[in-house]
Design a protein. Structure first.
Length: 149
């Protein structure tokens, strides 16, 4: 494993334990060259998942896209980073539990919205406004009314 600080591949594992989600292993490492410590996570490699976009283009699943959307939705909200990470992990688990090699992006979007609704209502509305492509204030208000009921 290369050191993220100095780029040398002379690192060793200091501590190893299950991560919070129990689906990965957290390893503390130390660089023998610069002495700095860093953390890595080891996960089981899963079957490749293909996402079918709205325009029917297929692309490989990318956790980073879900992370980006959730983090943008939670921007400047009083939500601890740990809760955001747990939310993203639940979303990813739900996607992979569909047990399909291909998943439509709309299905992933609905899973994200369900998780955000439970996490933070403002984050949910932010995500929904982009995901559902609200055309005007009335469609936005309709979504807010659903949330309030």
């Amino acid at each position: 494993m290369k050191c993220p600080f100095c780029g040398e591949d002379n690192t060793r594992v200091i501590d190893s334990r299950p991560a919070d989600d129990n689906n990965s292993i957290r390893r503390r490492r130390e660089c023998d060259d610069c002495g700095k410590r860093f953390t890595t996570y080891e996960k089981v490699e899963t079957i490749p998942l293909i996402v079918i976009k709205k325009d029917k283009v297929r692309e490989p699943y990318d956790r980073g896209k879900i992370e980006s959307g959730v983090i943008k939705s939670c921007h400047k909200r009083p939500i601890p980073v740990e809760e955001i990470e747990e939310c993203i992990n639940r979303i990813e688990t739900a996607v992979f539990n569909l047990e399909s090699k291909e998943v439509e992006s709309t299905r992933i979007g609905e899973i994200v919205m369900d998780e955000l609704k439970a996490l933070d209502q403002v984050a949910y509305v932010r995500f929904a406004s982009v995901y559902r492509e609200f055309k005007d204030v009335n469609t936005f208000m309709d979504e807010l009314k659903k949330l309030l009921n």
